[in-house]
Structure formats: structure tokens, C-alpha cells
Design a protein around this ligand. Structure first.
Ligand SMILES: Cc1cc2nc3c(=O)[nH]c(=O)nc-3n(C[C@H](O)[C@H](O)[C@H](O)COP(=O)(O)O)c2cc1C
Length: 161
């Protein structure tokens, strides 16, 4: 299957989650593409969310499954991803999965609010959202949660084939 990842990641946490899943999907024989975007300067991204760089830009046409990943910035969705979705997300997918990373140990400390925003923007682009997941980076068993999520996504995708 053609599987795309659109990931906004500044310091690498969100990208590391995507890459772990991408590696597994490649091993299973899927065709995997990544678009990685990051702010030119995170310190001005609240005022200038349009100033982002596409580090890699492979997701340019239809995919079967799309993953969109981002992070929490000042208790809301990172502004660069917010801007990208509203102005540049023009590919379609049969289904879309959303994930976010944030620092705090509990989802209500920013993650839940940011996920609500992300979901709203992606639905406005007529995507069918299948799952959402928030990773709480300072929680002790964060890595275990990532591994469990990856396993469940692999099972889900392999069942679609
Ligand atoms: C400017 C800035 C603001 C942040 N605001 C929050 C926040 O409100 N809540 C939170 O839990 N984490 C916050 N974080 C932490 C990031 O969400 C967290 O480190 C995330 O995993 C970063 O993802 P990345 O490494 O993919 O860029 C902030 C980080 C930065 C740089």
C-alpha cells in the first residue's frame, strides 16, 4: 500500500515516532513516503507560521493511508502544521491517522486541545480520520506507548491489504 507521512517536527520527537513506524511498514513491503516540515525559526513561528522549511517532500500525490503528526506549542497545535494543513494539504487518502507529541505527562496539559484543533482542520479538508494518538514525552512509559501504537497500526494496515 502507498502510505504517506506528513510530519511537523522541530526537535525530532515527532519525527522519531514516524520513523519508527515507517521502518516497520517498509519491512512489511509497503511503499512509504515522508514529508517533513519544520519552522525556519521556532521563536517567530507564532507570528509567522508560514515560514517553514520542507526538509523532505515526498508526499505529493494520492496515498492509501495518510499519517499526520505534529507537536504541542504553547498549549495549541504547532503553528507551522496548522498553516500547512490550511494552505497546502491538497492530497487525499482513503483514511487518515493523526498523532501528536508534547512534553507534559498528561494529555490535558495541551495535547487534548491541540488534537481537537488538528482534527478540525483535517476534517475541513475532507479527510476521514480513523485514529488519533497523543504521546506524552515526559511520561515514564512513553516508549512503551509508542511501541504499542506502532504494533496496532501495523496490524490495522496489514488488514487493509
Ligand atoms: C516553543 C515551544 C512551546 C512548547 N509548548 C508546549 C506545551 O504547551 N505543552 C507541552 O506539553 N509541550 C510543549 N512543548 C514541548 C514540545 O511539544 C515537545 O517537546 C514535542 O515533543 C516537540 O516535538 P518535536 O521534537 O517533534 O519538535 C513546547 C516546545 C517548544 C519548543
Amino acid at each position: 500500500m502507498k502510505i504517506g507521512f506528513i510530519v511537523h517536527s522541530q526537535s525530532g520527537n515527532t519525527l522519531s515516532v514516524a520513523q519508527k513506524l515507517m521502518d516497520q511498514l517498509k519491512l512489511q513491503g509497503h511503499d512509504v513516503m515522508l514529508t517533513h516540515i519544520k519552522d525556519e525559526d521556532v521563536n517567530v513561528s507564532m507570528q509567522h507560521p508560514e515560514r517553514f522549511i520542507k526538509v523532505v517532500d515526498e508526499v505529493t500525490s494520492y496515498v492509501d493511508v495518510l499519517f499526520i503528526g505534529g507537536w504541542v506549542q504553547a498549549f495549541i497545535l504547532c503553528r507551522g502544521l496548522n498553516h500547512y494543513i490550511n494552505h497546502q494539504l491538497n492530497i487525499q487518502a482513503k483514511e487518515t491517522h493523526l498523532f501528536l507529541t508534547h512534553h507534559f505527562p498528561f494529555e490535558w496539559m495541551g495535547g487534548t486541545n491541540a488534537m481537537k484543533q488538528l482534527t478540525k482542520h483535517v476534517i475541513a479538508k475532507e479527510h476521514v480520520i480513523k485514529t488519533t494518538k497523543i504521546f506524552n514525552w515526559s511520561r515514564k512509559n512513553n516508549q512503551q506507548h509508542i511501541d504499542q501504537w506502532i504494533e496496532s497500526m501495523i496490524t490495522h494496515i496489514n488488514a487493509l491489504v
